[in-house]
Design a protein around this ligand. Structure first.
Ligand code: UD1
Length: 424
């Protein structure tokens, strides 16, 4: 078992560089299935979910390797069209392979992605969209089987701008017959990154990053190279680390517009943000101030993935702050763990009311999910004494050695391996 051991109340200082975005890399790796030839994807984060995606590609008969931070994928040799249930459950974003497989192979056999971590995460929007493009979808228990001799472009109106559904539609439509229009498409930067990769390969996707996306089907795609965008949620995590410790930290490899939705919250807390090219410096005040309500919304709103991270920081701000979670119905599970630091939070449905406290006490806590786990690490940085964060595997899904990055800016944090006791 692995655990993060954090000795808190250390001032941070210096600079840290952000790795590539997990939520871009995963759909891009899936989209590489459409290309007959070698695609080279740079700035690919070495994360457990990315390695799982590489394994899925290999299992389908593609050549796929992650060398350092460069993924090389050649789908010329693809022969499979199914992904087993255990693999599908291990990574929720595995559903993104659906559109790619049905487009390339004419058939896809997958399963519902796994359990409840931050919400039920249904895939009805993905399935309904594929159906409207002429794909036959059969659901038997947890199995989903898609078949299509030909995929047809059409107009799809999404009732909610789902990131995953928008990605699946884009991937399924780039080689469809005719034009696909997505109305109320997700506008997250990761959507634009996927479209950029596919356009480098010869796709004709227009308007990615806006509410309406048009895709003109092409006959084939050619290999290309692509640089994955920096991970905006990781940026907000290091900003939070600086804020909660009252420090000044520089974050490199940042696209400021991608992170802008979290700036007002940090500014309201009294932090100063200085931008210079792709670097961001956050200077925290001695005592953070409360904020008015934060509401998580689809991009360009406040990102739900940064919600737990900012909540940890607000626990140390003077006064009462409120967070409204509007994207996932079960995204406050981490709060019971966060309370172990002596924080004062009340949850009522999708509202968290946070009364700031002056001091955090060291705690032994369990990560409940990826970003909730990151929030516990952030809280540990501000706690007196040594805190222990367990279930590090969740955190490893989205951070390349979080302990190394935080150590680089002066945090006292290390990863230890220990034997699991029988009564644990
Ligand atoms: C992606 C991100 C995740 C982020 C989320 C919202 C990846 C790998 N994950 O997740 O980190 O938190 O966007 O920014 O990119 N919904 C349905 N039916 C569907 C699909 C979604 O009801 O078919 C609902 C979901 O339950 C949720 C909301 O729509 O309440 C948002 O989901 P979605 O935007 O699809 O998120 P993901 O793509 O799963």
């Amino acid at each position: 078992m692995e655990q993060l051991l954090v000795s808190g109340e250390k001032k941070l200082d210096g600079a840290v560089t952000v790795h590539g975005a997990k939520n871009s890399a995963l759909p891009i790796l899936a989209a590489a299935i459409l290309v007959k030839g070698e695609c080279i994807i740079h700035n690919c984060p070495r994360l457990s979910d990315v390695l799982e995606a590489i394994n899925i590609l290999k299992g389908l008969g593609c050549k796929a390797e992650l060398e350092g931070n460069t993924a090389v994928v050649d789908a010329s040799t693809i022969s499979g069209y199914s992904i087993d249930e255990q693999t599908m459950r291990s990574m929720r974003s595995s559903i993104i392979f659906l559109g790619a497989l049905v487009s390339r192979m004419g058939i896809a056999q997958v399963y519902y992605p796994g359990g409840c971590e931050i919400g039920t995460r249904p895939v009805d929007l993905h399935i309904n969209s594929l159906r409207s493009m002429g794909v036959t979808v059969e659901e038997k228990g947890s199995a989903i089987c898609c078949k299509a001799d030909k995929i047809y472009g059409t107009k799809i109106i999404l009732p909610f701008p789902s990131v995953g559904a928008t990605e699946n539609i884009i991937i399924a439509s780039v080689m469809a017959k005719g034009r696909t229009t997505i109305i109320n498409a997700a506008r997250e930067p990761e959507i634009s990154d996927l479209a950029d990769f596919l356009n480098h390969c010869g796709a004709r996707i227009y308007g990615a990053g806006e509410g309406t996306i048009e895709i003109e089907g092409v006959l084939s795609l050619h290999p290309a190279q692509h640089d994955v965008i920096p991970d905006r949620i990781v940026v907000s995590t290091y900003m939070a680390a600086a804020a909660i410790t009252g420090s000044t930290v520089t974050v490199n490899n940042v696209v400021p517009t991608h992170v802008a939705p979290v700036f007002p919250a940090f500014n309201q807390m009294g932090c100063r943000i200085y931008l210079s090219g792709s670097s961001l410096k956050l200077e925290a005040p001695r005592r953070l101030k409360r904020i008015s309500t934060i509401k998580t919304m689809p991009y360009p709103g406040f990102p739900t993935d940064s919600q737990p991270i900012i909540a940890a920081v607000l626990c140390k701000a003077k006064g009462t702050s409120v967070i409204q979670e509007n994207i996932f119905e079960n995204r406050f599970r981490y709060i019971s763990e966060l309370k172990r630091f002596g924080t004062d939070i009340e949850v009522n449905d999708n509202l968290a009311v946070i009364n700031g406290v002056k001091e955090f006490h060291a705690a032994n806590v369990n990560a409940t999910d990826l970003r909730g786990g990151a929030a516990l690490v952030i809280a540990s940085l501000a706690a007196d004494g040594i805190s222990r964060v367990n279930c590090v595997n969740y955190i490893d899904r989205g951070y390349e050695s979080i302990e190394k990055s935080l150590s680089q800016i002066g945090a006292d944090i290390k990863r230890i391996t220990y034997e699991k006791q029988k009564d644990e």
